[in-house]
Write a protein that binds this ligand. Structure first.
Ligand code: NCD
Ligand code: ZN
Ligand code: ZN
Length: 344
């Protein structure tokens, strides 16, 4: 039996496109399905200024294959030296949609991130004034905090104090992985949103570690216990407008994932929407997929939803997704959910 659902075209509110040959290879995987994406600034060197963001946006548009439409929404990488006036100008000029906060050392290419949160206070105050959202990689980085606790400790010791000290600041907790994050969002107001990735709705920490280590399931924040995965599914399928899709699709060449010190990141741009249809159907909530993937994100960012639609089709035979995408630096493995998916 064939079954179809048609929804507004989705957007991706947290995406890594990289640059150069890697961007050329992965950009069509996103642009084929998504209308817009919040593009992460963690290049080497990072995208810090409005001018750098405008140049990066132009490189993305130049790499877009003929006939594809896609709008990159740019982010500025927050450093302790970021100039509030440059941020405000980039926002006013429509170059930068949001600012991205990486605690220094938290994840891939985060060395220029923030160590002393007091130093970025003037930028955050300016952002609250102009209504520009702050995207956060929400993990503390101190070695005494267990990696599985880093998100929960961040909420308590960094996020909540920053929000209390900066009334009106609009914050997106990105790639949330715990029930603590879902509960914190629910307990707060409309100025706080949260993205949830494709892979965190599917894997828990056993998938990474049981039966041999699976480097392609390793990402940051690392997947947690099953009860947390279930809390994320409940949040994503609830219809609560503060939860929306940010795939965090993060390509790394296989030789750097399958390595003694493997990179963090799952590459889900290719198959996210079929996987989400599967997850939402399993949860009995296919009717909430459009809100999560296509409506809640634009509402948070105060943008209109996309006008056009996509159609997802379920058939009796499992969908064959490409196992890898070819890049100049080597193949990039496409996220494998570990079960057959009948949606395409
Ligand atoms: C991301 C990357 O590779 O850039 N990796 C990841 O595991 N999520 C960085 C990030 O979003 O933290
Ligand atoms: Zn991150
Ligand atoms: Zn990311």
């Amino acid at each position: 039996m064939t079954r179809t659902i048609t929804i507004r075209r989705p957007d991706d509110w947290h995406l890594h496109l990289r640059d150069g040959a890697m961007m050329q290879a992965v950009l069509p995987e996103t642009a084929r399905t998504f209308g817009r994406a919040i593009v992460m600034p963690n290049l080497v060197p990072p995208v810090v200024t409005g001018a750098q963001a405008a140049a990066y946006r132009d490189r993305i548009m130049a790499a877009l294959p003929d006939g594809m439409t896609f709008q990159p929404l740019m982010t500025l990488y927050l450093t302790e030296d970021t100039d509030p006036a440059d941020v405000a100008q980039a926002h006013a000029d429509g170059i930068a949609t949001s600012v991205k906060l990486y605690p220094a050392g938290a994840t891939t290419n985060s060395a220029s991130g923030v160590r002393d949160f007091d130093k970025v206070r003037p930028v955050l105050e300016k952002m609250a004034e102009i209504g520009m959202p702050l995207c956060m990689h929400g993990e503390v980085t101190t070695s005494d905090v267990d990696i599985f606790d880093r998100e929960a400790v961040f909420i308590e010791t960094v996020l909540d104090p920053i929000r209390r000290a900066t009334p009106g600041l609009r914050v997106v907790m990105e790639h949330t992985t715990t029930s603590h994050a879902a509960d914190y969002v629910r307990a707060n107001d409309q100025d706080l949103g949260a993205t949830i990735t494709t892979h965190h709705l599917i894997i828990n920490r056993n998938h990474i570690l049981v039966g041999g280590i699976k480097p392609h399931y390793y990402c940051l924040p690392v997947a947690k216990r099953e009860e947390h995965r279930q809390a994320l599914v409940a949040a994503a399928t609830s219809g609560d407008a503060r939860f929306f899709l940010g795939t965090d699709s993060a390509p790394h060449p296989d030789h750097l994932k399958e390595h003694a010190c493997g990179c963090a990141g799952c590459f889900t741009a290719t198959n996210t929407m079929p996987l989400l249809a599967h997850v939402f159907e399993e949860a009995g909530a296919l009717d909430q997929l459009e809100a999560f993937a296509s409506l809640n994100g634009p509402a948070f960012y105060r943008l209109p939803a996309n006008d056009d639609t996509i159609t997802l089709t379920k058939s009796d035979t499992a969908t064959a997704f490409p196992a890898k995408i070819d890049c100049e630096a080597g193949p990039v493995t496409v996220f494998d959910p570990g079960f057959p998916v009948y949606w395409s």
